[in-house]
Ligand binder design. Sequence first.
Ligand code: TRP
Ligand code: SF4
Length: 444
Amino acid sequence: MYSLTTMKIDPWSSVTYQDYTRLRDEFGIQEFTDDLWKDLPHPHRLLRRGVVFGHRGFEMIHEAILHQKPWAILTGLMPSGRMHLGHKMVIDEVIYYQSIGADIFIAVADIEAFATRGLTLEETMDLAVKEYILNYIALGLKPDRCHIYFQSKNQDVKDLAFLLGRRVNWSQMVATYGFEGTTNMAHIFSPLVQTGDILHVQLEKFGGIRPTLVPVGVDQDPHIRLSRDIAQAHRLYNVIVTKDTKIGVFVKVDENVDALLDNAEKILKKLQFSDLRRITDYKAIYINNAKESDIPHVDEALARSEPRFGGYGFLQPSSTYHRFITGLTGDKMSSSKPESAIFLTDTPQEARKKIMNAKTGGATTLEEQKKFGGKPDECMVYEMWLYHLVEDDTDLKQIFESCKKGELMCGACKKRAAEETEKLLIELQERRKAAVGKMKEYLK
Ligand code: TRP
Ligand code: SF4
């Protein structure tokens, strides 16, 4: 269990989080440091630019990528309104990860939308297809090793949600989500469905036990913690550093203890650990010649053997968290405030108007701006450049610096940003037309 803190992340509220560093520290999210992405193949701009600011367990993904081992992405979308540029970020990341070898799974959270937003399953289906899936394909998601599914239609996910629920109790749900006596039961169950989404990709039928990355906004962290806890709670083995700084493998269950210890011994020997001490009464094997850095490998090898003993062997899912793009009005980018958001189905004229009206970091007069420069880090137009409109880091830097020096004026800058946005939207429009006929290849 994790400790209760003064802050609570509520995945269903509409607040935006400003202080990402504090959030990270408060919830024990790890910093997404350079060494985690620098040596990946052509790292994505959202990784390079610090938009992805935190993670849990990304080391496992990093290692899988570098050693070309199988791994999977699972993410989800709740189709409760039109798709805007904020929603585009996750799929940009997914498409990048697909290009470097991940199996892709995308959950359409129709059960969650039904439970928490009061939409019918039919309404959700319609929104998901027209707004999200078409755009995903238009943005470049490929059909190979890619599965998009609806929660309400996926029996394996729903079964898992129910079965995994045995290892979570009401107190934990209240502490995590602040549920109350008046919260409806479908809502209460929906985090378990999300856990089902996240963990089902490790079932044999879906590719088996392997590292899984869940790229999300930080509002989803409670679900990630729940899924990681539940995965760990279902393991048959536990690998830890003991008090006398040895590495110990412990059997966590009371059935098949001997067979599980035999199995662990065999696996450890295969991994070249020869100096083992087995204490059956403690349900333990101590490895004398192992280091702490060996733990992940040992743990993974043991996990893979657990299905033979009736376990799931789920590896704890990893996650990354990205900052939210600010709305053009200066507060949250939200489907319910059309002037704050650029929708992927906006006409070029609509988008241009919103950008020309956007809140910038410019000074009050042209004169002042020439003298003191603008403030790109408080500018919604600069965020557009950073998140969506410029690929080349040198070009981005150029915008940043010329703004700061007072060489670039907001009018010209907005005009260019509007032009780039129009180009993007027009191209998407075309590609959506081509995507209509391809839909089936993804929904298999
Ligand atoms: N809860 C997510 C949202 O509100 C949607 C979602 C459902 C999801 N299942 C998921 C996200 C699994 C990540 C992984 O947007
Ligand atoms: Fe923002 Fe561009 Fe104005 Fe700088 S010049 S404050 S980046 S709009």
